[in-house]
Ligand binder design. Structure first.
Ligand code: F6R
Length: 261
């Protein structure tokens, strides 16, 4: 795992967008794992800017989102499909038929999870983008999720409901309490993982996930097992880490990071 600490949220999002753009340049038919949430909005804005400047072509990529709420129709303004359309898909030259999310409205949720797993097997994910929830979740893998789990339905914790209720206008009855999510095991099979966390509300959980023990109580800690995981933070999210001096030294001195400094 490599930890990169940027001065602020904007610079952190710019770096993540550049890493995504470089992957697509290197392999135009990349399979990209995507996340939703407040943190990712700045990354998608940067990617859209690159597209508008003629510096990025999304036409051949496939995308796989981590999760979707159960029971929301795709065209609900609150669905993650709508989020992705709004923040990225409607703003770039991506082929919509190549954009995949689990369907939270499927009649048979088990079959839907299997369909999603099969599709990911067909287009193995090159780079998976992740945020982290205040419970330490990646995707919606809440505490005690098996670290080998596959795509399935999960109940959200009260803390996650509180974290995301703002997106539902604070109306609890509008927000589903369950979601379909890629499992931790599914996520760990991506060739590369990039986790982005910004803001002081993530400082405590980031320290647990990166420097604490690997535990299903903090599913993001399973990223310590991944051979190619980059964590991009702003100063606020990095505030509780012990090893920042070393992480900064690596970023300043490793030749691989030279083009990004
Ligand atoms: C979203 C997802 C979640 C979020 C996490 C952070 O698809 O899978 O794990 O990445 O809850 O959300 P924000 O960025 O809103 O703090």
């Amino acid at each position: 795992m490599e930890v990169i600490i940027k001065a602020n949220m904007k610079h952190a999002a710019e770096l993540v967008a550049q890493l995504v753009a470089d992957q697509i340049h290197k392999k135009p038919k990349s399979s990209m794992g995507l996340a939703t949430g407040n943190t990712m909005e700045a990354v998608y804005d940067e990617l859209v800017k690159k597209y508008q400047n003629g510096a990025l072509d999304f036409s051949a990529i496939h995308t796989f989102n981590l999760d979707e709420y159960i029971g929301l129709p795709e065209d609900s303004v609150h669905s993650y499909r709508s989020y992705m359309n709004r923040f990225l898909f409607d703003r770039v030259n991506i082929s919509k038929e190549n954009t995949h999310l689990p369907m939270g409205c499927a009649a048979d949720l088990k079959a839907e999870c299997q369909r999603y797993e099969n599709l990911i097997k067909k287009y193995p994910i090159d780079v998976q983008l992740l945020g982290i929830g205040r419970t330490g979740h990646i995707g919606f893998n809440e505490p005690l999720s098996s670290l080998m789990s596959r795509t399935r339905d999960k109940s959200l914790t009260p803390q996650t409901i509180e974290q995301n209720i703002g997106l539902f206008g604070d109306q609890k009855d509008l927000m589903p309490q369950r979601a379909l999510t890629m499992g931790v095991g599914t996520i760990l099979e991506a060739r590369q993982i990039i986790l982005l966390a910004t803001g002081s509300s993530k400082a405590e959980i980031i320290a647990k996930a990166l420097e604490g023990p690997v535990t299903s109580m903090v599913t993001a800690s399973a990223l310590q097992l991944h051979p190619h995981c980059v964590v991009v933070l702003d100063e606020a999210a990095a505030a509780n880490l012990q090893g920042t001096e070393y992480y900064r030294w690596i970023y300043e001195n490793e030749p691989d990071w030279a083009p990004y400094r």
